[in-house]
Design a protein around this ligand. Structure first.
Ligand SMILES: Nc1ncnc2c1ncn2[C@@H]1O[C@H](COP(=O)(O)OP(=O)(O)OP(=O)(O)O)[C@@H](O)[C@H]1O
Length: 202
């Protein structure tokens, strides 16, 4: 993924003021920033949900986007969500989705309606829906909110395996607890990305 000169304002409020970012294959990267720094705005632009005022975003291959708030239909079961997304992604089977469910350990909820799931389990489903087509690039907005400690560890194992498999993963969070797990960490401040590691521009 390659991002060049992205600007965005809501009315007169400038939020992004020239964001440049390159994500190579096999890189696990993070963006941190204070509340209101523009992290979600940036991810919405990277995913194509929001058009930037200026600048370009190029994806090389498919990407998955896990938004901060799960977009689930409370009346549908977990399995129905998977079937719906299988069609949307044009997949021939649910093998990858089932693998992710096993890793996150919520396969036993397959026939539960989303409306009765706990916050953490909804987030597991949200993440599975973003991952199930095995995208080249993954964009994750606060992906582990609501996860218990064990699930949190499993999430990072999953992210490491994706990296080993040559995928790129971008995790956006308001806290940098996980800096040592990342290849690259940027801070979003003043509408721009600032490098935080020895190799700031992966
Ligand atoms: N649709 C919108 N219309 C107007 N202003 C918006 C809109 N969305 C976000 N903003 C403003 O843009 C700024 C950046 O918001 P954004 O949600 O991108 O920040 P964030 O870094 O993700 O914050 P948080 O950590 O609290 O989730 C904030 O001041 C917010 O109030």
């Amino acid at each position: 993924m390659e991002v060049t000169g992205v600007y965005h304002a809501y009315g007169r409020r400038a939020v992004l003021c020239g964001v440049d970012l390159r994500l190579r294959p096999g890189v696990l990267a993070g963006i941190v920033g204070e509340n209101g720094a523009g992290k979600t705005t940036l991810l919405r632009i990277l995913s194509g949900e929001l058009a930037p005022d200026r600048g370009t975003v190029r994806h090389y291959g498919g990407f998955g986007y896990c938004p901060q708030a799960a977009v689930l239909n409370d009346a549908l079961t977990v399995r129905q969500h998977l079937r719906y997304f299988k069609v949307a992604y044009g997949l021939s089977d649910l093998v990858r989705a089932e693998e992710v469910m096993e890793t996150l350990q919520f396969s036993e909820y397959a026939d539960e309606r989303a409306g009765v799931l706990s916050g953490g389990t909804r987030q597991k489903l949200n993440l599975t829906l973003a991952l199930m087509h095995h995208p080249r690039t993954l964009l994750l907005d606060e992906p582990y909110q609501g996860f218990d400690w064990e699930t949190y560890q499993r999430f990072w194992d999953l992210a490491s395996r994706l990296r080993e498999d040559g995928r790129s993963v971008l995790v956006v969070s308001h806290l940098a607890y996980d800096a040592e797990r990342l290849d690259t960490l940027w801070r979003l401040d003043g509408g721009r990305l600032h490098g935080q590691t020895a190799e700031p521009t992966a």
